[in-house]
Design a protein around this ligand. Structure first.
Ligand code: AMP
Length: 697
């Protein structure tokens, strides 16, 4: 049987810990250098070999450009990618490689196989970053039991101290690339997180950058050496800046030896200057803390102590700030770089203890007597909401259903008003993670479609939407309609790539119902394969619409020498498909001497739905039908009827464009693509129907 480890996958350094069976204590596993911290750096060699840790960091310092570091900052960012010898790696790929190396090294260090792991992430990580971390773990061949928040792991490690019980503590976690602050209560058997807040884009690297910028400015001012555009010199300077920063954690003042642009010199750098140039960064941490304390209603008086976690808390200014704010020395007894992995290892073995306790002792290995807390109660690091129309009806907003910092498992319900129209309706519930009012400023993680909503006489109904958020960060959505029993059916659909409509005015999207006239060319040239394919395409279209916009009515017109209504507007989709399948060539003459737009206009004119005409033709329209078509198209456009014209065979693309109003969807195609073109049209028409609810409070 293998062991369970905790992995701190850090921005700059990573660490792996396990629980010693004899002592029940969590311990770090040294790497091949005998160090417990391994730099989170990879170096890709031309022969395909991938170096990691200190070896990769050495190559980076020697100027090898094929190195990757700080990729944790880009977890879940789709656009991020690094090219290494012609191959592209995103942050998940890089993390997977690093994790597999850490796993292999820890296994050989311990002489045991790693069975399961708990990986830590900054509390502030959103859904995408968490998913990416889980995926990286899986690809590294790890069975990831769960991911937990870094500060929570640190609190677990601190809970090992006997004096900690009953304390409310703050975990100030400033790493290489992220900042998190968490307030937790340590009890005998349980650590309860009261609240958390953070900034995903702030870390030690920003302090390095401030030093590097300062040194660059000094070089220019004093020695007229300009390295602003010199990539190599700047990267050397950044490495130097980090060293300067670390040295300054021990001393008040240092002399920095510089050798750039042919100039050798020494620049003085002091604690005061450092504090001054990075004052705005410290202020950001202060704002994050103030926000958290006010949101959970806690003051500094109620905090028994502050644990410093993350390498960057070694900076003197951080300790000074914490001392000033809390009026106490930061808590001792937890190592800033080690606490997170140690806590993760405790978490990895919690269930094992629980399970073993419940089994008869004789049948199992000796019970692992884990020191410290045996359970965690964590909070939602972000609010969970959905897209709704604001009360005034003027914009789409993020309507919060579960507030940030709610104890997990968390749940919440909110009621929304929905315009039902005349036919059964569906409602979209987009799950948003984040606190921003504008929907696009949050993570849009799921789209749930609620169906089976019954139309009402008043045209509106109330839908109660319920969110359940479990310890693994999974959101479950359910909904019920006012006055009706039981839950409505819910299905998951892909979140559309283009969500920019949420920035538009909802009034432009309020489509009560949709009416579509399909006008199919049934002239002689359509006989055989063209008509067969047209029937298939139209059937697909009807099926598609019935799913994406079930409040749609469809009618059918056939045209050749005459134009005739084959089926009036109806939402009996099965009957429509039956009629489509029985269309025959010859019933309306052989040539295309008549256009369908006048008949279609007449069929649509009286209804106040959103109106569309979709024309399919395979040739020219003769005997003035083309001119009559143009003027009928004009009337349609004035009457608010959208026209989409598809052609194939001998149809004239120019003419199709002239009669159409939705020109992107109108084109000349071929038989093979007819079905996909029709599906595309169905999707676009379907998506214009607003299924978004109106918020009521
Ligand atoms: P972590 O992400 O927790 O591994 O933290 C790494 C960050 O801590 C990096 O930005 C390091 O430069 C920084 N760091 C490590 N040691 C020190 C030190 N002695 N003084 C200041 N910063 C440090």
């Amino acid at each position: 049987m293998g062991i369970r480890v905790g992995i701190d996958l850090g921005t700059t350094y990573s660490a792996v810990a396990y629980v010693n069976e004899q002592s029940g204590k969590s311990c770090l596993i040294p790497n091949s250098y005998g160090e417990v911290l391994t730099p989170s750096v990879l170096c890709f060699k031309p022969d395909g070999q991938i170096l990691f840790g200190q070896d990769a960091k050495n190559e980076q310092e020697a100027g090898d450009e094929n190195t990757a570091s700080f990729f944790k900052r880009s977890m879940g960012v789709e656009l991020f990618g690094l090219n290494m010898h012609g191959k592209r790696y995103n942050a998940t790929d890089l993390s997977a490689i690093l994790l597999s190396k850490l796993k292999a090294e820890a296994e050989s260090g311990l002489g045991e196989r790693i069975e399961e792991a708990v990986i830590t992430v900054p509390a502030y990580f959103g859904h995408r970053e968490r998913e990416a971390t889980l995926e990286a773990g899986k690809r590294a061949g790890l069975h990831v039991q769960t991911i937990i928040n870094e500060p929570t792991a640190a609190a677990l490690a601190y809970g090992l101290n006997d004096t900690a019980v009953g304390n409310t503590i703050m975990i100030y976690d400033l790493g290489g690339g992220t900042f998190d602050v968490t307030i937790a209560r340590i009890e005998q058997d349980c650590v309860t997180v009261l609240g958390t807040n953070g900034n995903h884009a702030l870390g030690g690297k920003d302090w390095d950058d401030r030093i590097a910028e300062y040194l660059m400015d000094e070089l220019l001012e004093r020695y007229d050496v300009d390295i602003y555009d010199d990539w190599e010199a700047r990267s050397t300077l950044r490495v130097l800046a980090e060293k300067v920063k670390k040295q300054l954690s021990q001393r008040q003042k240092i002399n920095v030896p510089m050798n750039f642009g042919g100039v050798r010199c020494s620049l003085e750098f002091s604690q005061e200057i450092f504090k001054e140039i990075s004052a705005s960064l410290m202020l950001i941490t202060k704002d994050v803390i103030d926000d958290l304390m006010s949101s959970i209603g806690i003051t500094w008086h109620q905090i028994d102590g502050v644990i410093l976690v993350g390498g960057s808390t070694r900076m003197t200014m951080v300790r000074d700030y914490v001392r000033e704010m809390s009026g106490k020395e930061p808590l001792a007894g937890v190592h800033p770089d080690e606490a997170v992995a140690l806590g993760a290892a405790i978490r990895a073995n919690m269930e094992q203890t629980a399970v073993r306790h419940s089994l008869p002792a004789a049948k199992t290995k000796p019970v692992l007597s884990l020191k410290g807390a045996k359970s965690i109660r964590d909070v939602t690091a972000h609010a969970l909401g959905t897209i709704a129309v604001s009360l005034e009806g003027t914009s789409y907003i993020n309507s919060t259903i579960v507030s940030k910092n709610t104890l997990v498992p968390a749940s919440g319900t909110k009621t929304y008003e929905l315009v039902t129209g005349k036919r059964p309706r569906e409602m979209d519930v987009y799950v948003l993670i984040g606190e921003y009012l504008r929907p696009l400023d949050n993570d849009i993680v799921h789209r749930y479609v609620i169906s089976g909503i019954t139309p009402t006489k008043s045209n509106t109904t109330r839908i109660a939407v319920n969110y359940q958020y479990d310890a693994n960060g999974v959101v479950k959505v359910s909904a019920s309609q006012d006055g009706r029993r039981g839950d409505l059916p819910v299905r998951i659909e892909k979140v559309p790539e283009d969500m920019n409509w949420t920035d538009e005015n909802p009034a432009d999207h309020f489509v009560k119902d949709i009416s579509i006239m399909l006008a199919i060319d049934v002239s002689g040239s359509m006989a055989g394969a063209p008509l067969d394919m047209a029937k298939k395409a139209v059937n697909d279209f009807i099926r598609n619409i019935s799913v994406t916009a079930p409040q749609t009515r469809i009618g059918l017109i056939g045209f050749a020498e005459r134009a005739k209504l084959i089926a009036p507007l109806s939402d009996d989709y099965d009957a429509l498909m039956y009629i489509v399948n029985h269309i025959r060539i010859g019933d309306y003459g052989a040539l295309t001497n008549e256009q369908p737009l006048t008949s279609a206009y007449n069929a649509l004119a009286d209804c106040d739905d959103a109106k569309y005409i979709v024309v399919l033709t395979d040739g020219y329209w003769f005997d003035g039908a083309d001119d009559r078509g143009l003027s009928a198209a004009e009337r349609c456009k004035i009457g608010g009827i959208e026209i989409i014209a598809l052609g194939f065979g001998a149809a004239d693309e120019n003419y199709l464009q002239q009669i159409s109003s939705m020109k992107d969807l109108s084109s000349l195609t071929d038989l093979d693509n007819l079905r996909s073109e029709f599906s595309r049209i169905a999707q676009v028409i379907g998506s214009t129907s607003s299924k978004i609810n109106k918020i009521i409070t």
